[in-house]
Write a protein that binds this ligand. Structure first.
Ligand code: MN
Ligand code: MN
Length: 277
């Protein structure tokens, strides 16, 4: 069970959780705005102990800032509010950990973190490339978030894993810049070599999971990973210097069983554990 009830930001903490209940640009089914609160609720049923990582959340110094208050219809203002919250984390010397919300919320966070860490690399788990130049003429969309990130940090600073959907143009961009990799053991080892000690922002779009185990998302995509594949990835990443994290695109009401929210909460636990290690 997570101690998500403790909102005391004055206590000493290394990681700060920020709920970002925003789904203003989603392209298909809405509902990600309810993701952060569903993760907190579902965490009640999750153990603090991780058998795979051999670590306990009770030893992690984190605090929960609660959910940001966001004007859903005004994307630029939402971006500015997120940016301010993440800047505050960096000024306080703590790692920001965003709970979405949709994937666009990663953009202002990565912008802020990359200013502090100029050699920042971003690792994206996702079913979708998110490399569109625009979506229906709109550049600030969850379908374009990685293109916007690439404009900030450069295409060569990005690795994408689990991608199985995109346009021909998106695949040309990704192949040209060699951003794509896989969850095969050899590729995970190569990913770690590529990181080479640089600071990492890890963004997990939960639709990377197969809809069979994670149906609670706005844009489900067949052919995704299972829990144990994610767990292998997490164990590999434990050796990285994580300086920012997010978990996005849980739309809890699209899974009436509640299993998607539990999976998301468990993913957050594992990510908190490797971020604090
Ligand atoms: Mn995405
Ligand atoms: Mn996605």
């Amino acid at each position: 069970m997570f101690d998500f009830t403790d909102r005391d930001l004055d206590k000493a903490h290394d990681i700060r959780i920020i709920g970002v209940p925003f789904d203003g640009t989603v392209s298909f089914r809405p509902g990600a705005r309810f993701g952060s609160s569903a993760i907190r609720d579902a965490s009640d049923g999750v153990e603090t102990w991780s058998p795979v990582l051999d670590a306990d959340l009770e030893q992690v110094k984190y605090a929960d800032a609660g959910d940001l208050e966001l004007p859903m219809g005004h994307v630029e203002t939402v971006m500015a509010i997120i940016r301010e919250a993440v800047d505050e984390c960096l000024n306080d010397g703590v790692i920001p950990f965003l709970l979405g919300g949709e994937h666009l919320v990663s953009l202002p966070a990565i912008e802020a973190v990359s200013e502090k860490y100029p050699d920042l690399v971003v690792i994206q788990l996702d079913a979708h490339a998110d490399q569109r130049e625009d979506y229906l003429g709109v550049k600030l969309s969850h379908a374009c978030v990685m293109r916007r990130v690439a404009e900030v940090i450069g295409d060569t600073q990005i690795k994408q894993i689990g991608i199985r959907s995109g346009t021909r143009a998106e695949y040309e961009i990704m192949r040209h810049h060699n951003t794509l990799t896989t969850f095969r053991d050899a590729d995970l080892d190569a990913l770690l070599d590529w990181v080479d000690g640089r600071p990492v922002y890890l963004t997990v779009d939960l639709d990377v999971f197969d809809p069979a185990c994670f149906p609670g998302t706005g844009t489900p995509e067949p052919g995704g990973i299972d829990w144990w594949t994610f767990q292998r990835f997490i164990k590999t990443m434990a050796d990285c210097d994580l300086v920012g994290l997010d978990v996005v695109e849980l739309a809890p009401q699209l899974d009436t069983s509640g299993c998607s929210s539990v999976l998301a909460a468990k993913a957050v636990r594992e990510m908190l554990l490797i971020a604090s290690a």
